[in-house]
Every structure is written in structure tokens, then in C-alpha cells.
Design a protein around this ligand. Structure first.
Ligand SMILES: Cc1ncc(COP(=O)(O)O)c(C=O)c1O
Length: 391
């Protein structure tokens, strides 16, 4: 009897993971070597160098935390915060909310500044949030809010944070590799990401970069970092020159990340960003021709995550059923809404390898077949034509 798991072949157009390149998947099946083998240490150096390039930073402490994006989020916050500290968190979606939760678990005081879901964080929001705090040690926010599709203008927000003297912590889980992230240029002190979105690597590692000011804050701590596993003062001795064992590195995941980063390097960051932008525009034109409406205003829309309200469906139809049909009959995954958006929107990802013209057309063609069955009147071919016209 066949007992091996054979996953169905899907087209991943959800909020992550995205499709991984065959070279990345092949890298994961290479033979294992030890986590202190000189060949593995050389691979780690390559990963660090290539991560510096995607984060656009010169930060020495730039590496991949073992664990998914949430581990990166937690690594940044638990290392920077101690009991009694104060942190401002801009909350315009699910992931800002989670940062607040972690701040509180660090026994720090969270000043959570709530912004309606679907809106980006704007300069006046950051001004007001900082004004509500006493003396914040850091200001944290999400660049690309995957739960809503909003992209916050970090370049405009950073100077406001800098004037307050607080450290600036930014979540780039969904943005890194898909649109510009300028860790040094924007003055970000600590930044984390994930592998399974625009880097198109399986989930399992969290690229992180720490600048000088952030590192000084870690070194000035009065107390030990709450988490042993994520304690940067120990992890940096493994990823840095000393090569002291801390935990067994996820060897195959690092092979995969190195290969994914090589693919990014070969394509070039600017070309990659432009690809994401073009495919987003084409998809948007097609979706609007079908009666979908974007949640976010045009200038703040993410290129890699399209959050849209569905057209009014006929009696007895709902978004979850339609998504299930898309998966079962067309093998295409898209995401539903989270939190306040549950049952109301779709989140359609065009991340990394998944961001391809042919995928945009494949999805639109499927929708042109499915929507009339769900009681939506659609002009045959209109969506694909709108996307094709958008070059
Ligand atoms: C913006 C953002 N931050 C953090 C996370 C958490 O990452 P993970 O699910 O890889 O732990 C996600 C995951 O979707 C995300 O989109």
C-alpha cells in the first residue's frame, strides 16, 4: 500500500506560502552536513551576504532566525524589550495586533495605536501615537499588512520615529523581495521577514537584520532576554565569527534559502519589483472587470497581496464556497479575510514565483467560468482582455 504523502499540485495565490522554484525544492533534498561543517559555515556567510543585499543594509548582524516570520517578530521584540519598557505599536491589521501581544508578553507597556483595517499607517498617525506615549523605547509597525493589503510609506514614517529617539522596528514579512525595502536608507533599526512570501522559499526561516543602535540596546539590557532560543546575544556567536554552537541550524532550510536568494540575485531586485508591480496591475484590471473592488486606495495597495471585496453573489453562494470550488476544480489557492474581514474579502497573493503573467490569466479565466455559476453576470473574456490590455 502506498503510504507516502503526495500533495496535490496547486497554484499558490494566497497570502503565503507562494510557489517555490524547482531549484529551491531541489536544494532541500541535498545531503545533510553538520551545522559546524566548514561548507555549511560558508553557506551561512553566503546567506548573510545575500540577505544584506535584499534588506539593502550593511548591518553585520543580518541572518536567518530558525522559525517562521513570527519567530523573527518575536526575536526583534523580546531582545529589545524588558519589563517596564514602553513600545508604540501601530495596529492597522492582524500582524500589528500580534506585535502588541508580544510586547505585553515581554511585560512592557504597549501603546497600541489603532487604525481602521484597510488603511495604511500615515505620518500623522505616528505623530499622534508617539504623543500618547511617555518615552517609548521603540516604535513598531508592519510595512506590508498581509491581513488588509495596505502598504505603509516607511520612508515618510521613519523621520518621525527618529525625531522621537525611539528605535524603529519594521515587519517586512510580506514585502521583502517584492517591493523596495531600504533598511539602511530608511533608518530601520531592526527588521524581520519570512521566507515563504516574496522570497518563494518554503516557510521555516525568518531573515532578520539588527542595526548598531538596536544591538547597543540589546547589550545594555539589565535582564536576560526572556527567550533562550531567540536570545541574539547567543545566536550572534553562531552566525558571527566565533561559531559557537547554540542550536542545530535547520540545515536543509538554509540550503533552500540560499538558493532562493541566488534566484533573487540573478533576476535583480529592481526587475523583480517591476514584475510584481506589473502583475498586480494586470490582476487588478481583470478583477475590477469582474466586479471585484479593492479594499485599499490605489497608492497604498500592495503589489504582492491584492485584497478585494467580491461582487454580490447569488442566493445561497458565499465567498468560502467559491474559494473551495477554485481549489477543488482549478487547483488554485486564494486566501479569505482575517479578523474583521473574515467572510468579506479575498486576499489574492502574487508573491515571488507565483507572480507571473500566466498565473494572472489562469485565475481570471477560472473566475470567468465560476462567477456566472454563482449568480454574477460576467461578460465573457472581459477580465482577461482587461488584464492583457494592461502592459
Ligand atoms: C506581515 C506578517 N507578519 C508576520 C507574519 C507571521 O509569519 P509566519 O506565519 O511565517 O510565522 C505574517 C504571516 O503571514 C505576515 O504576513
Amino acid at each position: 500500500m502506498e503510504t507516502r504523502f503526495t500533495p496535490p499540485r496547486r497554484l499558490l495565490l494566497g497570502p503565503g506560502p507562494s510557489d517555490a522554484h524547482p531549484r529551491v525544492l531541489a536544494a532541500m533534498s541535498l545531503p545533510l552536513i553538520g551545522h559546524l561543517d566548514p561548507a555549511f559555515l560558508a553557506l551561512m556567510d553566503d546567506v548573510k551576504r545575500m540577505l544584506r543585499a535584499v534588506f539593502r543594509t550593511r548591518n553585520e548582524l543580518t541572518f536567518a532566525v530558525s522559525g517562521t516570520g513570527s519567530a523573527g517578530m518575536e526575536a526583534c521584540l523580546v531582545n529589545l524589550l524588558e519589563e517596564g519598557d514602553e513600545a508604540v505599536v501601530m495596529v492597522n491589521g492582524e500582524f500589528g495586533r500580534r506585535m502588541t501581544d508580544i510586547v505585553e508578553r515581554c511585560r512592557a507597556r504597549a501603546v497600541a495605536y489603532e487604525i481602521p483595517w484597510g488603511r495604511a499607517v500615515e505620518p500623522e498617525d505616528v505623530e499622534k501615537a508617539i504623543a500618547q506615549a511617555r518615552s517609548p523605547k521603540l516604535v513598531a509597525l508592519v510595512h506590508a499588512e498581509t491581513s488588509t493589503g495596505a502598504c505603509s510609506p516607511i520612508a515618510e514614517l521613519a523621520p518621525i520615529v527618529a525625531r522621537s529617539g525611539a528605535l524603529f522596528v519594521v515587519d517586512t514579512v510580506t514585502s521583502l523581495g517584492g517591493c523596495p525595502v531600504e533598511a539602511d536608507g530608511w533608518g530601520i533599526d531592526a527588521c524581520y521577514s519570512g521566507t515563504q512570501k516574496c522570497l518563494s522559499c518554503p516557510p521555516g526561516l525568518s531573515p532578520v537584520t539588527f542595526g548598531t543602535r538596536a544591538l547597543e540596546a540589546v547589550r545594555r539590557r539589565r535582564t536576560k532576554v526572556q527567550s533562550w532560543y531567540l536570545d541574539l546575544t547567543m545566536i550572534e556567536k553562531y552566525w558571527g565569527a566565533e561559531r559557537v554552537y547554540h542550536h542545530t541550524a535547520p540545515i536543509s532550510m538554509n540550503y533552500a534559502l540560499a538558493e532562493a536568494l541566488r534566484l533573487v540575485e540573478e533576476e535583480g531586485l529592481e526587475a523583480r519589483f517591476e514584475r510584481h508591480r506589473q502583475n498586480h496591475l494586470a490582476l487588478g484590471a481583470g478583477l475590477e472587470a469582474l466586479g471585484f473592488r479593492f479594499v485599499v486606495e490605489p497608492v497604498r495597495r500592495l503589489w504582492m497581496l491584492n485584497s478585494v471585496y467580491l461582487p454580490a453573489l447569488g442566493e445561497g453562494h458565499d465567498e468560502a464556497r467559491l474559494r473551495r470550488q477554485l481549489l477543488d476544480e482549478f487547483s488554485i489557492e486564494v486566501g479569505g479575510g482575517l479578523g474583521a474581514f473574515k467572510g468579506k474579502i479575498w486576499r489574492i497573493g502574487l508573491m515571488g514565483e507565483s507572480s507571473q503573467r500566466v498565473n494572472v490569466i489562469r485565475l481570471l479565466e477560472a473566475l470567468e467560468v465560476m462567477l456566472p455559476q454563482a449568480g454574477v453576470s460576467v461578460r465573457p473574456g472581459a477580465a482577461v482582455a482587461a488584464a492583457e490590455a494592461c502592459v
